[in-house]
Design a protein around this ligand. Structure first.
Ligand code: PLP
Length: 346
């Protein structure tokens, strides 16, 4: 099967598995796992922060970060299609007791003017005071969109002037750095806290990191324990993350080329609505024209499945395809041929 549902389906390579099998371990709740400690030091260095914390998932990384930044009853600003609001099981309400001021972005991106317009302070008893702006880079539901640096800077300047903190959901931050040719630190310097998923395009089986100041990470450690994420000999897992950061970052450029190739190859198929120039990284969202396409998205996905290609259906006419390190260029070409032939059949 060619699995294009998500980059989370990527599996550890034999070399990564060897690094994991040979990892030195200890009890990480005691802070004694040398491999976890090494991963955290490496992540802090790569992300340009004082400290980092290894956690089981990207969801926990976001939820802990927002818990550290806020008090119940606070308000945070996010784009409407952002992951923490849409795909983290109501954690913002359940775990942090915050309310979210949702703004409509363009392909997931906000502007500084939009943010500035909705900030409120505690000088009026009616207000839920705004504490935090949370951005996502790359933006998943926006289509793997890379935040332009000037936008980030402008939003940061507004947030700073108003005394707000900045959080980055950097699940796919390395896709953003590779696509833009920037170092991670050039992006993360505008944020008080940032996350990074090791288990997506970077190919590790488990885990994410939070990077921030030492004080922030100390507080995050307590919430990791509270949320049930304190792991013991986690170095076995962390070793996969170290391997991923040391070996699997630059190669993300191949995934981006393959995603663009796939988008271009299928863009001419009957009923296909897709703009290849919007494919900036490894994620493709496509729409089918309800009048022109001979199938809807569940129908297309079912026909693709029969021929060995897996995709994620997003509503009646939408579909998501994600490229990752377990998908070769040949497989991308084959997937494109299969999709075109399904849509062209009469
Ligand atoms: C996948 C993802 C997460 C959460 O990661 P999990 O490890 O699946 O919990 C957070 N943010 C974004 C943008 C993601 O794509």
């Amino acid at each position: 099967m060619i699995d294009l549902r998500s980059d989370t389906v990527s599996k550890p390579s034999p070399e990564m598995r060897r690094a994991m099998a040979e990892a030195e371990v200890g009890d990480d709740v005691f802070g004694e796992d040398p491999s976890v400690n090494r991963l955290q030091e490496l992540a802090a260095q790569v992300l340009g922060k004082e400290a980092a914390l290894y956690v089981p998932s990207g969801t926990m990384a976001n939820q802990i970060s927002i818990k550290v930044h806020t008090q119940p009853g606070d308000e945070i600003i996010m784009e409407r299609t952002s992951h923490p609001f849409n795909s983290e099981s109501g954690g913002l309400a359940a775990l942090s007791g915050v309310q979210v001021n949702l703004l409509d972005g363009q392909r997931g991106l906000l502007s500084a003017e939009q943010v500035a317009r909705v900030i409120r302070h505690d000088n009026d008893v009616h207000n839920a005071p705004t504490r935090l702006v949370s951005l996502e880079n790359t933006h998943n539901r926006g289509g793997g969109t890379v935040y332009p640096m000037d936008r980030i800077k402008e939003i940061h300047d507004v947030a700073r002037a108003e005394g707000l903190a900045m959080h980055l959901d950097g699940a796919r931050l390395m896709n953003a750095t590779v696509a833009s040719g920037l170092q991670a630190i050039e992006i993360t310097r505008y944020f008080d806290s940032c996350t990074l998923c090791l288990s997506k395009g970077l190919g590790a089986p488990v885990g994410s990191v939070i990077a921030a100041s030492e004080d922030f990470i100390r507080r995050a450690q307590r919430y990791r324990k509270m949320f049930g994420g304190g792991m013991r000999q986690a170095g076995i897992l962390a070793a996969g993350g170290i391997y991923a950061l040391e070996n699997n970052v630059e190669r993300l450029a191949d995934d981006h080329l393959n995603a663009k190739l796939l988008a271009e190859r299928i863009s001419g198929a009957p009923g296909m609505r897709i703009e290849p120039s919007n494919v900036e990284t490894n994620i493709i969202y496509l729409q089918l024209d309800p009048d022109e396409a001979r199938v809807d998205a569940p129908g297309l996905a079912a026909a693709m499945w029969q021929r060995g290609v897996m995709a994620l259906v997003m509503g009646r006419y939408g579909m998501r395809l994600v490229i990752h390190l377990d998908v070769s260029r040949d497989e991308v070409e084959r997937a494109a041929e299969i999709m075109c032939s399904i849509l062209e059949a009469r």
